[in-house]
Design a protein around this ligand. Structure first.
Ligand code: BG6
Length: 478
């Protein structure tokens, strides 16, 4: 897997970055006027996370960002993807802004720019203000309006210095786990409410893109400013070539990929799935302006978070070949959507300790499939990484499996570029070890280890030095 060919496939303006999210890295959960988010509240409820871990302190990046940015500069990072904590800026989700919160992000941006590191801001990485959840969260149109206000505040305060923005991170996860499996807040198992909440997220996204265009028109965003949407990219393959498995796999693609990408890249839902959802649940309900909002506010790029592929098998009780055509024979109610197909393990594949398939080629395959459907869109690989319990050998963190994992995926990114995919940047997850939402601090992803027994001291892992070499050779040495 390790390649040291000296010529680089990557364009000279390719961005080598790393990613994080506010709740997972910042800590300072109630510092300086920050309001509680749904994750602050949820993770404090017994039984919701691994051994009750939460993000109260996380990596304490809120207080140590200068030290962290200096490490990023040492690694040679060219861009840093981070999210803004909405309740740190607007403790009630709307209304009066918190000056200390604005100051924190302003200082973080300035610190990054001091070293020539381009900020990439995610507006929503799941930490909804609890005050908005209390009025219905994403099920309420008031949250949509509050999101637009919040987005405008961010453009107003940081737009002069930040070119790269994305609205949301991974509807598949925060809607899927928030409303279908119940493992994330608000902890529901109610597809009807989830589909409507998801629709509101798309409308909030469209409104934030529209507001972004206003700021661009007034030259209040740097030239070259772009706004995108970040989605899980999880290619599906049928476990056998039987017609039933192939039909089940198409259904998985439609529900888990096209349903979530079409609204932001085509401005509409896949018609047969919309039909099935409306026949089964009566949702999503459209407000009069929704259709135009979606159509008129296509985003500039797509961020793909790639960790794994999923193998799909048919549920013997379902005939997806019927449903796949018009949606009219859909049995969403009976099977709760999820039962329309099954995720299965492939005994021939390699898996991580958390049972995620390691399949580097899927990064290239996934982008090729998206290009086939959506045309020549710009891609940023906004997350990719190996979650593992890293071994410490004589005081050093020797994370060779992570290096192998990332190296293989950079090969796949190079191969995508060689095949004409417009890939503009690569952001491994994560720069420093941070909180894994449900798995606590045991599942590590970072280039920098955090010693939780020693005042959260930072320590460079072997992969830190490896990634430094990748960046300085523009991906030629990997
Ligand atoms: C992505 C999220 O789904 O996967 C990250 O955007 C998350 O926030 C990452 O941490 C890895 O997932 P996990 O569950 O291993 O932490």
């Amino acid at each position: 897997m390790m390649s040291d060919n000296k010529t680089s496939t990557f364009p000279s303006d390719f961005l080598w970055g790393a990613a994080s999210a506010a709740y997972q890295v910042e800590g300072g959960h109630d510092a300086d006027g920050k309001g509680p988010s749904i994750w602050d509240v949820f993770s404090h409820q017994p039984g919701t996370t691994h051994e009750g871990t939460n993000g109260d302190i996380a990596a304490d990046h809120y207080h140590r960002f200068k030290e962290d940015v200096a490490l990023m500069a040492e690694a040679g990072l060219q861009s840093y993807r981070f999210s803004i904590s909405w309740p740190r800026l607007l403790p009630e989700g709307r209304g009066t802004a918190n000056a200390a919160g604005i100051q924190f992000y302003s200082d973080l941006i300035d610190e990054l720019l001091k070293y020539g590191i381009k900020p990439m801001i995610t507006l929503y990485h799941w930490d909804l203000p609890q005050a908005l959840q209390d009025i219905g969260g994403w099920e309420s149109r008031e949250t949509v309006d509050a999101f637009e206000q919040y987005a405008r505040l961010c453009y107003e305060k940081f737009g002069d210095r930040v070119e790269l923005w994305s609205t949301f991170n991974e509807t598949l996860i925060f809607i899927g786990m928030g409303y279908f499996t119940g493992a994330h807040p608000p902890g529901l198992r109610n597809p009807k409410r989830g589909i409507q909440a998801c629709h509101h997220v798309f409308i909030a996204h469209a409104k934030a893109v529209k507001a972004f265009r206003d700021y661009q028109a007034e030259n209040r965003i740097p030239a070259g400013g772009q706004i995108g949407f970040v989605n899980v990219m999880q290619p599906h393959d049928p476990i056998t070539d039987s017609p039933a498995d192939i039909a089940a796999c198409k259904m998985a693609d439609d529900l888990l990929t096209h349903w979530l990408y079409d609204p932001v890249l085509k401005g509409e839902y896949p018609a047969h799935i919309l039909n099935m959802a409306q026949l089964t649940w009566g949702v999503p309900e459209f407000a009069p302006e929704d259709e135009d909002l979606l159509k008129e506010n296509i985003c500039d790029f797509i961020g793909v978070n790639y960790y794994k592929r999923e193998w799909i098998a048919a549920n013997p009780d379902v005939d997806n070949t019927q449903i796949n055509t018009t949606g009219e024979k859909g049995s969403g109610k009976e099977f709760g959507f999820k039962g329309l197909f099954k995720f299965v393990r492939n005994p021939e594949s390699t898996y991580t300790d958390w049972d995620w398939e390691i399949y580097p080629e899927g990064l290239c395959v996934g982008m090729m499939r998206l290009k086939d459907r959506y045309g020549d869109i710009p891609f940023y690989i906004t997350e990719n990484g190996l979650g593992a319990k890293d071994p410490i050998v004589d005081g050093e963190i020797v994370d060779d499996p992570r290096i192998d994992y990332l190296s293989g995926h950079i090969d796949a990114a190079a191969s995508a570029i060689e095949q004409g995919i417009n890939v503009r940047g690569y952001y491994p997850w994560s720069f420093i070890d941070l909180l894994s939402w449900l798995n606590g601090y045991q599942k590590q992803y970072g280039f920098v280890y955090i010693d939780r027994d020693n005042d959260l001291a930072r320590k460079r892992k072997k992969s830190f030095y490896w990634y430094q070499g990748v960046i300085s050779s523009n991906g030629a040495i990997r």
